[in-house]
Design a protein around this ligand. Structure first.
Ligand SMILES: Nc1ncnc2c1ncn2[C@@H]1O[C@H](COP(=O)(O)OP(=O)(O)OP(=O)(O)O)[C@@H](O)[C@H]1O
Ligand SMILES: [Mg+2]
Length: 411
């Protein structure tokens, strides 16, 4: 074997290839230059192939690319050796390199044929694009389904929160109603007896002042129990058929002097507003509560708009608690005050809920408004936006002669 290789690389008795070409320069140089160009091209191709598989690690059958690179490299080397043997008769080395190239070529060819079905089965560019389009469409479908689910969940959460809130108000209403009722009876006894004591006291009695203070305290306590009873919808109502605009105008005339000069009061009363059957004093209390809330919500100057209007059956703006078939009168107090965040709007009607400093608010104003409206067969809604203001609407059922909706629903 060693002798075989020794005799293979033995070149003493050989002549360079140029002799065969009779050293004719046009032949020698055409061969030399062509082989050089082919060799250089063959050497550069493996570089491209190798850098491709190095950068694209995901390419399947990358080992074939490596085989190609080796095969082309070997072929390139044979071309450089062809230039060499033009002048130096190293045909043995050329033969060894050719044999190596032959082996690599054979291996690559043998490996390539079984690969053919697998390569054919690879998805085409068009198939990949189609699959991509399907995937994008499915993702869009899934995203919109997710969005719908999120919307439905948010709506359900909101409905649940509203349900919890109304259940809570119902429970608090029952509790406070019971307490306030008994407490009111006791206060009536206290007030009646204080009045008796006051009547029997001599004009110059030193007890007059403490009795008067006790009376004021008892009357304030009675005021609170009335608000609680209103919230619990247990307020004894003295209902009459009234013109809403008359009560609103009366209320405006007594409340105007209490408003600061930089707060504008703008009344837009529908002259054809329907009559309602409610307790006018309670309605006045409710409007006053709303006006004072609006006034207190103003940090600087602003406007309070008080409107009355008829709500025909089927109009969508009514609250969830009202029958869509019934007709209502809406009294709206809207302000350009601070407004409230949504969580506060939800709690604003809770009894004793107040954001005012200690001693400035009982937190019973809106409870009275809601209790009165519901006890009168109506309802109250509120919309508010931080920095834009708040609007509270009180809906009262329209009074219709002989078919008094309010009289039937007031308990
Ligand atoms: N128009 C409004 N603008 C901004 N916040 C309001 C408005 N109306 C009510 N609120 C908020 O709702 C809370 C509860 O109002 P509610 O009238 O029940 O009680 P109050 O005004 O605090 O006390 P009171 O009515 O006894 O003076 C208020 O403390 C305030 O935070
Ligand atoms: Mg208030």
């Amino acid at each position: 074997m060693l002798d075989f290789f020794r005799s293979l690389i033995q070149s003493d008795s050989l002549s360079p290839h140029g002799i065969c070409l009779l050293w004719r320069p046009e032949l020698v140089w055409t061969h030399a230059i062509s082989d050089a160009v082919i060799g250089l091209a063959y050497f550069s191709i493996p570089l491209v192939l190798v850098s491709f598989v190095m950068q694209r690690r995901d390419v399947r059958f990358s080992w074939v690319v490596w085989c190609f690179a080796a095969f082309i490299l070997a072929c390139g080397t044979t071309h450089f050796l062809s230039i060499w043997t033009l002048w130096v008769p190293d045909y043995g080395i050329e033969a060894i390199v050719k044999a190596g190239a032959a082996l690599i070529s054979l291996f690559t060819a043998c490996a390539l044929w079984p690969l053919l079905p697998k390569a054919v089965a690879l998805p085409s560019q068009a198939q990949l694009e189609e699959a991509n389009r399907t995937l994008v469409a499915r993702i869009a479908e899934r995203d919109s389904a997710l969005e719908a689910l999120e919307r439905a969940t948010a709506e359900r959460d909101q409905t649940e929160a509203m349900l919890r809130q109304s259940q809570k108000l119902e429970a608090i209403g029952k509790l406070t109603g019971g307490l306030a009722h008994d407490f009111n009876n006791m206060l009536n006894i206290v007030v009646a007896n204080l009045e008796r004591v006051e009547r029997r006291l001599p004009d110059d009695s030193a007890l007059r002042d403490p009795v008067a203070k006790a009376m004021t305290g008892a009357e304030r306590a009675a005021g609170i129990t009335h608000k609680l009873l209103a919230f619990a919808r247990q307020q004894p109502l003295q209902t009459k058929v009234i013109s809403v605009n008359d009560v609103v105008n009366d209320t405006l005339s007594i409340s105007r002097p209490t408003l600061p000069t930089n707060v504008r009061l703008n009344a837009q009363l529908d002259p054809d507003v329907w009559s309602v059957r409610v307790d006018p004093n309670q309605l006045q209390n409710a409007i006053l509560n709303l006006l004072f809330n609006a006034r207190d919500a103003m940090t600087g100057s602003g406007t309070i708009r008080l409107t009355t209007r008829n709500i025909q059956a089927g109009q969508s703006e009514q609250s969830n608690h009202l029958s869509a078939d019934a007709e209502f009168v809406a009294i709206e107090v809207a302000d350009t005050g601070t407004g409230m965040p949504p969580d506060l709007t939800l709690r604003a009607f809770d009894p004793f809920f107040t954001t005012k400093p200690l001693g400035h608010g009982t937190g019973l104003g809106l409870s009275q408004v809601l209790g009165f409206a519901q006890q009168s067969g109506g309802d109250t809604t509120m919309t508010s936006r931080i920095g834009h203001g708040t609007s509270v609407r009180v809906y009262l059922p329209r009074f219709v002669e002989n078919v008094s909706v309010a009289a039937e629903t007031v308990s």
